[in-house]
Design a protein around this ligand. Structure first.
Ligand SMILES: [Zn+2]
Length: 273
């Protein structure tokens, strides 16, 4: 009996270790997926805020724009009967320098207050709208509209970014600190650069005429460093020169970059404190 036990001792230990290791890996993997899904939902919520309102409040209330944005965004979802009245009461409290946590929410349903607190927390947690944190990819004014979700290749896929139009050769700059992850040719993007931001998102610059030859995969890159020159390579070959700019979240979902570009553009033009 003892001999049999001895013979099986090592294999049994190995099995127990293998089971434990796989269990722990599954738990870690699940947590990772859940976390990335949550991050994606939070960015979607941020992208749904009106960029014009952010720009306006950053200009007029540079110290408390996050409070104003949280309040007015949350009020939009409250019942029509009390919306205007509630909004007025809350804004007048903010105008009188009441701190966000001390606001009186009389008449508001719990959800409105909860949404406002959530938005307020996210605006602190993610710095993507903060003046001075992210740069606009061009140094000059250019034409761009919100075409996220537009049909491409007859419904085979949809537009997952923003196109910024200027003339061929216009310099394109990096929008946030990160590491060069992808460089060179792909079928749709043509000459493209992919930067893994320190914030975890993937920033995609496509259809470049030329990539900055000094870029190397794995190398750190700062905000405002040269990415390359605008062109129409890849599937943009039959269109005007433009930069296709995309933001891919850690869960693989492409975020609509338009509202963020609008706000960064306003900062580049001297808005937002
Ligand atoms: Zn595009």
């Amino acid at each position: 009996m003892r001999a049999i036990l001895y013979r099986w001792k090592i294999p049994l230990q190995l099995i127990v270790i293998a089971v434990l290791v796989s269990f722990v890996s599954v738990v870690i993997w699940r947590l990772f997926i859940v976390k990335n899904k949550m991050i994606a939902e939070e960015y979607q919520l941020l992208a749904s805020i009106s960029s014009d309102e952010i720009i306006g409040y950053q200009k007029n209330k540079p110290d408390s724009w996050k409070d104003y944005i949280a309040v007015i965004t949350a009020c939009k979802n409250t019942s029509a009967a009390i919306r205007e009245d509630l909004r007025k009461k809350l804004l007048s409290q903010l105008d009188n320098h009441t701190q966000f946590k001390n606001l009186k929410w009389n008449g508001a349903d719990k959800n409105t207050q909860k949404t406002a607190s959530q938005i307020r927390t996210l605006l602190n947690q993610y710095t993507i709208y903060d003046p001075g944190k992210y740069g606009f990819p061009l140094k000059q004014t250019c034409y761009y509209v919100d075409t996220y979700g537009a049909d491409r290749e007859g419904g085979a896929r949809f537009h997952q970014g923003t196109d910024l139009f200027e003339k061929k050769g216009t310099p394109i700059y990096n929008v946030c600190p990160g590491t060069i992850e992808k460089l060179g040719w792909n079928r749709l993007g043509g000459e493209r650069v992919g930067v893994r931001g320190d914030d975890g998102n993937y920033y995609y610059y496509a259809h470049l005429d030329k990539i900055n030859p000094e870029l190397i995969i794995g190398k750190k890159i700062k905000t405002g460093e040269l990415i390359g020159q605008m062109g129409n390579t890849g599937d943009a070959i039959s269109t005007s020169d433009h930069l296709h700019f995309g933001i891919e979240l850690p869960n693989g979902q492409w975020l609509n970059p338009y509202p963020f570009l609008k706000v960064w553009d306003s900062h580049a033009k001297g808005g937002g404190g």
